[in-house]
Design a protein around this ligand. Structure first.
Ligand code: ARG
Ligand code: ASP
Length: 701
């Protein structure tokens, strides 16, 4: 008897430990399987408080910021918090060398000073609905993958169109886990968005690229925006008569802070994960495709860096682009290290073998016993095409010069009329206005050589043309843009000459080859892989317990949760769960990197310990904290809530040792990084004296 009790308690420890593993991002309408666990660990809200169809709920305070970030509504007047790096492009766009809000920060003093951001939108989810049956019931069982995709796409479009009831309503049907499920998402899209405040760069991007994807972190990664609407509280285009948006729900801000082991949850729009990726897929991606992409990006970054160092105009012009290239450049390096350090490929492989054994043990599923081998096989076959695609993108088609050449090709193919040269010259001038020509020339010439790495795949005539282009490249019109612009002025643009240009010719041929030879093969293998992964994930939904099976991130609204926790990434190293301004000052005073700076105002506040009501119990001013919550790109700016649904932070990053969590989540070392909301409040209040912003926020009691 005693033995049995011991056995049961050992089992329940194993089970509860298992429950504590925090991998997963859950659709708010599918929380049931998680809900009890969340409550046991500290959630005090009802499912209805989190997501309600009929009443206002927490979900109404969560916004999709721009195309790739999350934000949260914190006032009755449509005030939005997101990350500084999410607002970065907008802030850079409204900055000039004389009014450099990116470097110096921006604090509007009243509504009139808030700056409209052209092109920025914010969307709020109105509702989501499972439409899986409406789609799958229309797909014949014997449909090929291509037929299946065509039918599904058409149905998705139809359902979306039926539900787009007003111009500012966006309706989309999203596919989940390779087409195992479909949900209709309805959003209200707001397009009059204004910048309210941003801290100076040394706060908002403290640590810069040196600290990016790294813990310990001291970045004040926040910025403040506002939604404006018409008099009826409806979304509309910018007008100076517009008024602040009155939201359905306002997230209460809490100054209570966090302690080790606290339960937290994150509500946001994670972009994309591939957590079912097989060991083979991980291996190819991380060990063969990432390295060349990293190499190409290193080259680009060095060039942009060299030009920006002593030229503020160039620095501002390229700030956003450079940050974009650098971000995944660093992430890919972390992924490769993390995957290898955790032996993720071997572990995943052995999980896959367990799964195969399970299949074999069930009569009705035996026939799928080859599934994993087939998946590995198709990954291997797809690999060269993925490699070529990636090199072409990183080294060629993402270059501004080549994008311009491509545009010209499409333009000429569409037909030339009398006004053609005029229109094209307008584009030429635009190019010169928006880019630094010398920098772009350098970028192009130094990345072009990476096409050597796919030479062995190029057909003979294309290879010959490539060598020829290399020899004549300096003569290309597209390299000598200034001459182009002079020719434009003199009305001397002749499409026939352009069509003979070496870069025009080579790019046309390369595109042709890509479209005819590479894309179809890639499509073919992707279709194969998609249908295999659909089967695989379907079987996994039977194999895994209900609270372990989740849909890969796909930019839809999700909830993830975990606990504030230290981690132990390597022998003798443990990182505690939070940082303070002491660490920031240390880095600024003693650190080597250019990315660590502090100004005298903040230093003064630090020296006087003038932290207002924002310090923790120990009298320290907290900056950031980490948890076991599963997040990915797109979760930046996501609100972090305590068990009561009070806002205690903004998510902004992951730790270096765990960047591979999109493929492989290891709860001993995957941690997300969040801004402690108290630091943001401190900066707004004590550093910027922008009490106007705090006064309109709703604070938790
Ligand atoms: N790594 C974070 C994310 O993927 C933050 C990037 C912005 N910060 C930076 N220093 N570039 O978006
Ligand atoms: N920094 C990311 C973002 O911008 C978040 C992450 O990848 O962890 O969404």
């Amino acid at each position: 008897m005693k033995k049995l009790i011991i056995l049961i308690s050992v089992l329940s420890i194993l089970i509860s430990k298992n429950l504590l593993a925090d991998e997963g991002m859950w659709l708010p309408v599918l929380l049931e399987a998680q809900y009890d666990d969340m409550v046991t660990r500290g959630l005090q809200l009802s499912p209805e408080d989190i997501y309600s169809i009929n009443n206002s709920s927490l979900k109404d305070a969560i916004v999709l910021f721009g195309r790739g970030c999350t934000g949260v509504i914190v006032s009755e007047q449509g005030l939005i918090l997101t990350n500084h790096h999410c607002g970065y492009g907008s802030i850079a766009n409204v900055s000039t060398v004389n009014n450099d809000y990116l470097t110096n920060g921006f604090w509007s003093n009243d509504f009139k000073e808030e700056i409209p951001i052209e092109g920025l939108t914010i969307s709020i989810l109105v509702s989501m609905r499972d439409v899986t049956n409406e789609i799958l019931s229309q797909i014949p069982t014997n449909a090929t993958e291509k037929q299946r995709k065509d039918i599904a796409n058409k149905l998705c479009k139809n359902i979306a169109a039926e539900n787009k009831t007003k111009p500012h309503i966006d309706a989309v049907v999203r596919e989940f886990n390779y087409g195992n499920a479909y949900y209709l998402m309805i959003y209200e899209v707001f397009s009059d968005i204004r910048l309210v405040a941003a801290p100076p760069l040394f706060i908002g991007n403290f640590g810069g690229d040196t600290d990016n994807w790294v813990w310990p972190r001291h970045t004040g990664d926040f910025s403040v925006f506002r939604i404006y609407v018409n008099q009826n509280n409806e979304s509309t285009n910018y007008s100076k008569n517009n008024v602040p948006f009155k939201p359905k729900y306002v997230a209460p801000v809490s100054k209570k802070g966090i302690n080790k082991d606290d339960f937290i949850f994150i509500y946001g729009f994670p972009g994309s994960t591939t957590h079912f990726m097989t060991s083979k897929g991980i291996d190819l991606n991380v060990n063969l495709i990432n390295p060349i992409a990293i190499d190409i990006r290193t080259t680009k970054l060095n060039i942009i860096e060299n030009y920006s160092r002593n030229n503020d105009t160039i620095r501002l012009m390229y700030a956003n682009k450079r940050a974009g290239i650098a971000n995944y450049w660093k992430k890919m390096q972390g992924e490769t290290i993390g995957i290898n350090a955790t032996k993720a490929i071997e572990k995943r492989h052995s999980q896959e073998q367990d799964f195969v054994n399970w299949l074999k043990s069930i009569d009705s599923l035996k026939k799928y016993a080859n599934l994993m081998d087939t998946l590995y096989h198709y990954h291997q076959l797809a690999y060269p095409y993925e490699y070529i695609d990636r090199v072409l993108y990183e080294a060629y088609f993402s270059n501004e010069i080549i994008r311009f050449v491509q545009r010209t090709i499409y333009d000429i193919q569409r037909g030339i009329d009398d006004s053609w040269a005029n229109k094209w010259c307008y584009l030429v001038n635009n190019f010169l206005k928006n880019n630094n020509l010398k920098l772009e020339q350098d970028l192009f010439l130094s990345t072009f050589k990476y096409l050597d790495s796919i030479s062995k795949y190029l057909p003979n005539d294309l290879l010959k043309n490539k060598l020829n282009t290399e020899k004549n490249i300096e003569k290309s019109l597209f390299i000598n843009f200034n001459e182009l612009s002079v020719a434009c002025l003199k009305n001397k643009i002749n499409p026939k000459t352009i069509q003979k240009d070496p870069l025009y010719v080579f790019t046309s041929k390369l595109l042709d080859w890509y479209v005819k030879e590479i894309l179809p093969m890639e499509d073919y293998y992707n279709n194969k892989l998609d249908s295999l992964y659909r089967m695989y994930t379907k079987l996994q939904s039977y194999y895994l317990p209900q609270n372990k099976y989740y849909f890969d991130a796909n930019s839809t609204l999700r909830i993830a949760y975990g606990n504030v926790k230290p981690y132990h990434p390597a022998d003798a190293i443990t990182y505690i769960h939070y940082t303070t301004i002491d660490g920031m000052v240390d880095k600024a005073l003693w650190g080597q990197a250019e990315d660590y700076k502090i100004d005298s105002t903040l230093l003064e506040l630090f020296k006087n310990k003038d932290f207002g009501s924002y310090a923790n119990d120990k009298g320290e001013l907290p900056i950031a904290f980490i948890s076991t919550t599963h997040t990915t790109g797109g979760n930046s700016g996501s609100p972090v809530f305590n068990g009561k649904g009070e806002l205690i932070g903004l998510n902004f990053d992951r730790v270096w040792e765990g960047t591979m969590s999109d493929f492989y989540f290891d709860d001993t070392r995957c941690r997300n990084i969040m801004l402690d909301i108290r630091y943001m409040l401190f900066i707004i209040d004590k550093y910027a004296n922008a009490q106007r912003i705090l006064n309109e926020m709703k604070f938790a009691q």
